[in-house]
Design a protein. Structure first.
Length: 196
């Protein structure tokens, strides 16, 4: 009887092998050969799932994004606007080993997307999703009546987006300096600066 292969699970296994290679050796070492070796399959078998390295990297990027979205959709919100905003943002930021690994891999993908047109569109889509999430945070502050009356939606969306992006990069680059507690403190301070 032939072995039944779950193609989606196999693709996810290859994406996770891609992440491990990137985390351990850097994006420049994430060749098809190295990823196949990490996943324990032949290069030929890998070509059944991804015809190019860009295709594999794009799938791996999407998987990072999907896992973050899944965590966000699983949040048990409290009903307190400020607490709920913090819960949301902490699912995006590198607050533990898993989220730090995702962010480190994502930053590597983002750098590759600057020079790989097939990845650029996907990178832009994910960054736009993050911007919309930040915009919804600003909107929640306004609709709940917490925000300063003079708050400029567009400016504050861009400013908060820059804060979150900066926290993500700094937490990956300098994890010993930017602990999860400090990330939460920066988020709380920034939120307070937007409120009455």
């Amino acid at each position: 009887m032939p072995k039944i292969v779950d193609h989606l699970k196999q693709k996810e296994k290859l994406a996770e092998a891609t992440w491990r290679v990137i985390l351990r050796d850097g994006l420049e070492r994430a060749s098809v050969r190295n990823i196949a070796l990490e996943a324990g399959i032949s290069v030929g078998s890998m070509r059944h799932y991804f015809s190019t390295q860009s295709e594999l990297i794009a799938f791996s990027m999407r998987l990072v994004s999907e896992r973050v979205k899944h965590r966000i959709s699983s949040i048990s919100y409290t009903g307190n606007t400020l607490e709920d905003i913090e819960l949301l943002l902490c699912e995006i930021l590198p607050m533990d080993e898993e989220r730090s690994a995702e962010m480190e891999v994502w930053l590597g993908f983002t750098a590759k997307a600057l020079v790989d047109p097939t990845l650029h569109t996907l990178s832009s889509e994910v960054y736009e999703e993050l911007r919309r999430a930040i915009s919804s945070v600003i909107e929640a502050l306004i609709t709940s009546g917490l925000a300063h009356e003079t708050l400029d939606r567009e400016v504050e969306t861009e400013r908060f987006y820059a804060v979150i992006d900066g926290l993500a990069v700094h937490a990956v680059v300098m994890p010993s300096r930017l602990s999860p507690d400090m990330i939460r403190a920066v988020i709380a301070a920034h939120l307070q600066s937007l409120c009455k």
